[in-house]
Design a binder for this molecule. Structure first.
Ligand code: IVH
Length: 675
């Protein structure tokens, strides 16, 4: 056979195999109806790999072998969504839902409304762009206006087709949907992590989001993520005129659409859909937090329009927070990293929205007293979204008389030092800086994912290290030797090395993470990021005065006071020095372009409610273009951006005849300045 013929044959074989694999991927990952065994499937994939290795020039990006590709990236690129992703208004009762319908009907009198009912998936929203049938971009929802480019990661999700085929496919279009982590796989992952002594994940939703935002697509590929598609974002070409027909069409193209979606010709049918969905919620293998009811016709959707970021043509009917009753066995006290004594309830295990609950928060002493919650009571427990479950109150009728009242301890359960309750505060605190419980919580916070992300050092290891006297504070982690780690009980050689490597790697974390990891009261991840950006240097931050800190637009006086006094404390100063000596990052090289930026010299004040951007985002944009974001309108102010309900600042700007623009104009000028 001639070489040409051989190549032609290979082309045919490869195409045939790819089609076959795509067909079985669709059956398995989209329709949940596999027709061949895993072994047979692997055989097909192996054969394709072999042929592609022999003919590397025939490898195309949409081949099923190319799902995982590319190297880990440093960070994600920001992408602007051509059409913003909207939010949804909420209702919790039939009455509220009916009121929503009345408002809509008043706007389109005489029109008969058909609805389309879907589940409200509790995951991460993403947008996928296809060009000429090929997946070219996957982005997170982000702010709705801008998201992150996570194409390499979304390519690894097997229910996302890398290419779609069929007749009349628009040249370019975008589909939107929710990435979910199946509950059974989530529990399996946590079990495995626990066995390896690694930190477990909080819930499937955060884990789905975390998996999509991994910098290394290989990690995402190892996670069994799924995508349920719920809308067409935009399209260049002919598309159906209703939501129901659109989803049916997208299903034919190969996307995963929930087969339980239903059309409803009256609101009462939508209410039945909600009731059925609520009943079946527990039996689903993914999280939902309500149903979404959409006006089916796109013509009517356009007539109804959007207010702010919420369409008038769709509404989320949310499930009530789930409750259950169980016995409160004991009240324990957890000493937080700031010394707060947090009472919590130890419960007889009970299932609440598919999760076993054994513990719930009791907030503080007043909460317990006001509700007269006693040890031994049958109590009602509630889980709302991702919040830690809480005890709502006792079932008084179930009392037997053997229940006992709870008293807050007078001394810290961990260090025995007296506790104080400051005036005006509901919290009892241990003020002993050497309290071991505080160190434990602080170190746990330090190694946690949003802080220094030291994977391999989980809660139990922190405890062991403290008990063995190997560490007293988080800076001591950097002095640990592999031998010390591997000498610990239940510590395999490999895990010791992993923990050691993870500690070493954490030295490279961005300054914002380091600031957050210090555990300064009131300094959350976002505040830490703002501080890192503003100062770019730990020493500069440590030297900042309280006034200076208060002057930062998004930082209030309470936070400023807290940051300032943290850095005045000698022990804290010593801690920072220890981190510095260990080689932990203490400054961020902020790359500032030389010369003037488009808005150098401008002082811009933002006021009122913005819809597309959050205040900090808008401020950041101003600064990134060289402008100053002012807090109050003065003679120096060059421009005022007024959102909805702007008040006194707007009036002052009018008085001073400062230029005033709205958010749309602001965004337009931003675009212009960025050209
Ligand atoms: S439609 C109408 N449909 O809910 C514009 N959204 O609060 C909203 N979501 O970020 C999108 N399930 O991630 C739509 N069946 C569904 C949904 C859904 C979950 C999420 C979506 C969005 C958020 C809006």
């Amino acid at each position: 056979m001639s070489t040409r013929n051989q190549t032609e044959k290979a082309v045919q074989q490869i195409e045939r195999l790819r089609d076959l694999i795509r067909h079985h991927d669709h059956l398995y990952y989209v329709l949940d109806a596999p027709e061949i065994s895993d072994g047979e499937y692997d055989g097909l994939l192996r054969e394709l790999r072999r042929l592609e290795e022999q003919h590397p020039d025939l490898v195309t990006p949409d081949s099923p072998t190319q799902r995982v590709s590319g190297e880990p990236s440093e960070r994600f690129q920001t992408v602007r969504h051509p059409v913003p992703l909207l939010s949804l208004g909420n209702v919790f009762t039939d009455e509220e839902l009916e009121a929503w319908e009345r408002r809509a009907m008043n706007l389109i009198p005489g029109e008969a409304i058909d609805y389309y009912c879907e589940l409200k998936y509790d995951g991460l929203a993403v947008a996928l762009t296809y060009e000429n049938g090929l997946l070219v971009r996957g982005a997170t929802r982000g702010t709705g206006v801008e998201g992150e480019d996570v194409t390499a990661n979304l390519r690894t999700v097997r229910s996302i087709p890398l290419r779609v085929s069929g007749e009349n496919i628009p040249a370019r279009f975008e589909v939107r949907g929710e990435i979910l982590f199946p509950i059974d796989k989530f529990e399996e992952l946590n079990r495995e992590r626990e066995e390896r002594g690694e930190r477990t994940y909080a819930n499937p939703r955060n884990t789905a989001a975390g998996s999509v935002r991994q910098l290394d697509p290989h990690i995402t590929a190892s996670r069994p993520l799924e995508l349920y598609v719920y809308s067409l974002g935009w399209a260049e070409g002919d598309v159906p005129e209703t939501q129901s027909a659109t989803l049916e069409w997208l299903g034919q193209l190969g996307f995963k659409i929930n087969p339980g979606n239903r059309k409803a010709s009256a609101l009462s049918e939508a209410i039945s859909f909600y009731e059925d969905a609520l009943e079946q919620r527990e039996s689903l293998n993914y999280g939902t937090d309500g149903v979404v009811i959409k006006v089916d016709s796109f013509r009517l959707q356009r007539l109804l329009g959007v207010v702010g970021r919420e369409p008038r043509w769709a509404i989320a009917y949310k499930y009530p927070a789930e409750q259950a009753t169980t016995r409160l066995v004991r009240i324990g006290i957890n000493v937080g990293r700031t010394g707060a004594l947090n009472p919590y309830a130890e419960l007889e295990p009970v299932q609440v929205s598919g999760v076993t609950v054994k513990m719930a928060t009791l907030h503080n002493e007043d909460y317990i007293r006001e509700r007269d919650i006693r040890i031994g009571d049958i109590v009602t427990v509630q889980r709302a979204g991702e919040v830690i479950p809480q005890v709502l109150g006792p079932v008084v009728e179930a009392r037997t008389g053997s229940e006992t009242k709870f008293l807050m301890p007078k001394s810290c359960p961990e260090c025995d030092e007296p506790v104080v309750r400051r005036e005006g505060e509901a919290i009892h605190r241990c003020v002993n800086p050497a309290c071991p419980a505080q160190s434990y919580e602080l170190i746990k916070h330090y190694v946690s994912r949003p802080a220094m992300d030291i994977d391999g050092v989980g809660e139990s290891l922190v405890k062991q290290l403290l008990e063995a006297g190997l560490i007293r504070d988080f800076a001591d982690l950097y002095d640990l030797k592999v031998e010390q780690l591997s000498a610990l009980e239940r510590m395999a050689e490999k895990s010791a090395q992993n923990a050691f490597d993870a500690i070493a790697q954490s030295k490279e974390r961005p300054l914002a993470n380091v600031i957050f990891a210090l555990g300064i009261r009131h300094v959350g991840a976002e505040t830490a990021r703002i501080l890192a950006e503003r100062y770019g240097d730990m020493d500069a931050l440590a030297a900042a005065t309280q006034e200076e800190l208060t002057d930062i637009y998004t930082i209030g006086s309470v936070v400023a006071e807290s940051v300032y006094s943290w850095f005045q404390n000698d022990e804290n100063k010593a801690l920072v020095e220890k981190l510095r000596d260990a080689g932990v990052r203490m400054r961020e090289d902020i790359i500032r372009p030389v010369g003037d930026l488009p808005w150098t010299g401008q002082e811009i004040v933002l006021t009122g409610r913005l819809t597309e951007l959050s205040r900090p985002q808008a401020e950041e944009i101003v600064r990134s273009l060289g402008g100053k974001a002012g807090r109050s309108v003065t003679k120096k102010t060059t421009l005022v951006v007024a959102g909805a309900e702007a008040g006194s600042k707007l009036e002052k700007a009018q008085r001073l005849e400062t230029e005033i623009i709205d958010e749309d104009e602001f965004l337009r000028r931003v675009e212009e300045a960025r050209q």
